[in-house]
Design a protein around this ligand. Structure first.
Ligand code: ZN
Length: 192
């Protein structure tokens, strides 16, 4: 199997599945070297792909990881990212966080004039949202993508995740809270 190393083809795959899933907006693949200028060019570290929305949807990919995936594995990773958008995971997390800040904070603290706690509360509730919402959405995106592409997703995604394990996958506090371990995702996919 040839590695997918063709941006035009990769964008075609994204657009095909985006249309199939009825998603609006423009999607663009962004390939980055280790996602950071700080990383040495030969270092084996990567962040797992993720999607950001800034006017259009940017699907962020580490260059080495992109080059290591074959077409089926790349497609599985894209389906996982599109599932997050389709299921409105980013919006749901934001609404949950806003709810905590607007409702819970005002109910718990404001009657006591605890305005000083607002920033620590906002940070804590953000970390809580990552753990209680985003972490679950990782499994939910896998489940959605598996149901959409029943014949191929499971095997291809497990293979893509196994390839990610070969890198020193970067774990900062945000990715630790918001993502289950690669092992947990593989196990959940294999058990389903
Ligand atoms: Zn995800």
């Amino acid at each position: 199997m040839n590695p997918i190393d063709d941006l035009e083809k990769a964008n075609k795959i994204i657009n095909y599945h985006k249309d199939e899933l009825g998603l609006k907006g423009t999607y663009e693949l962004k390939i980055k070297n280790n996602f950071s200028n700080l990383a040495k060019p030969d270092s084996k570290s990567l962040l797992l792909p993720f999607t950001i929305r800034f006017l259009r949807y940017h699907i962020m990919f580490d260059r080495q990881y992109f080059k290591n995936l074959n077409e089926k594995e790349f497609t599985a990773v894209i389906l996982h990212e599109l599932a997050h958008v389709r299921e409105k995971h980013y919006l749901k997390s934001y609404v949950f966080w806003a709810f905590l800040n607007l409702f819970l904070y005002h109910t718990l603290f404001q009657p006591y004039n605890f305005e000083i706690w607002f920033i620590p509360f906002a940070i804590l509730s953000f970390l809580g949202t990552l753990y209680f919402m985003d972490r679950k959405f990782e499994f939910a995106a896998d489940k959605f993508a598996k149901e959409y592409d029943n014949s191929r997703y499971k095997t291809s995604m497990v293979n893509a995740l196994k390839k990610a394990k070969k890198f020193r996958y970067k774990k900062n506090i945000i990715s630790k809270l918001s993502h289950p371990t690669i092992e947990d995702r593989i196990k959940r996919l294999e058990d389903s």
